[in-house]
Design a protein around this ligand. Sequence first.
Ligand code: SAH
Length: 475
Amino acid sequence: MDHFPVFLRVHGRRIVVSGGGEAALAKLRLLLKTTGHINVFAQNPAPEIQKWAAEGKLTLFNRAMAPGDALCAALFYAADEDDAEDARTSAIARADGALVNIVDNLQDSQFITPAIVDRDPVTVAIGTEGAAPVLARSIKADLESRLPVALGPLARIGKTFRKAADALPFGRARRDFWRAFYFETGPKAIKQGEAAVRQGLDGLLDDHLNRKARPGHVHFIGAGPGDPDLLTLKARRALDEADVVIHDRLISQPILELARREAIMIDAGKEGFGPSTPQEDINALLVQHARSGAQVVRLKSGDATVFGRLDEEIDAVDAHQISWEIVPGITAASAAVAAIGQSLTKRGRNSSVRLLTGHNIAGFADHDWAALARPGEVAAIYMGKKSARFMQGRLIMHGADRHTPVTLVENASRPEQRIIETTLDALPAALSAAEMSGPALTFYGLPKRKAARAAADLAPALNTATRPTHAQEAF
Ligand code: SAH
């Protein structure tokens, strides 16, 4: 972040603009929304600027800027649309101690003006550090259409009510009250005018003061394979309301960032064969926080019900009569099979699919190898890297075809996603050549869908350890 966003108090302070043409006009339209004192230096000011000056909205000086003109100013805009003049005026303003912006000159500017969504006092500022103004504008347009116009008046009324709302205990109770005001009671009442909103606020506060504290609750949430776009809306909502988030090591950073900013984040990382938080400690954390009345989100990778030790955690919260619910997520097998362009089941090929783990608490996991070794079987193997050689041995011993396709998808759905195509025979060698460091899902009996001919002609041989870009690939 080269530019740090802040909201600068300009009330009663001077903002100086040099220039009287289109560039100056564009800035002035924005600056006139502030309660700063605006000074414009322009030898040929546009009629609109003259009008604003006549109306007392700004002070106009019909001359070029001179040293001392920006003394004590908070901000300065060089908007003469002339490089030499901009350089001259900005040097003066800098010497006078003002923060300088030169219109259309990111390099020499000390600050940039964001795209603004104005629901005063709610102001959304959007910046791209000058990289993509078009993007900023389209985000602005999106927000403009999504944020109700009444948001401004609601926030203004809300502000006058803050003292009264302090009667509610700090934290969850107060947050629930404000949430109900801004998203339920307020928007309904504002249609009948401000008086109705104030009345509604009184009623709402009474309601909330008489309410029993909301009991603690645990959401067991499947966070999906890593791409935040693969979270369910329900998961997002729970994250948005969480007091405490207890998450696994595999949960990606972009997903953690969706949690409510004030939420306590607890990393309960567990790694196969590696350092881990003992399950009993995780259970104890869940119980401890939920009993204190917290809305707890237990965030597990993929789907919480697949190799997630979910039942142990449910038993723990059940033992304390804590309410809970499971929010399903996209399991790694679903994301990985999408990445290779295949179906998990297919008419005429396999009418069932197994979800296997490579290892369990006892070590390498045992399975019905004879059944798996039959032609056409498909298995999605979780935590299968370390046990690959063991599985290969068992399967071949039970008569599996050595040429059975095996496909590994590392970091499914994430930017670093990799697909490794191999066979049962070559699996250990392919694995060591690939040097994988991310989580990987192994498909036994499922190859990657062949690329379409045209694409295949262009693509390098997709053998072991190629690095395809997942979404763009032609299947
Ligand atoms: N509950 C999870 C599985 C947890 S076990 C789910 O439903 O997906 C952890 C294993 O899941 C990893 O060892 C790996 O085999 C698999 N896994 C999790 N995320 C993955 C990802 N993004 N890409 C590939 N495999 C993944």
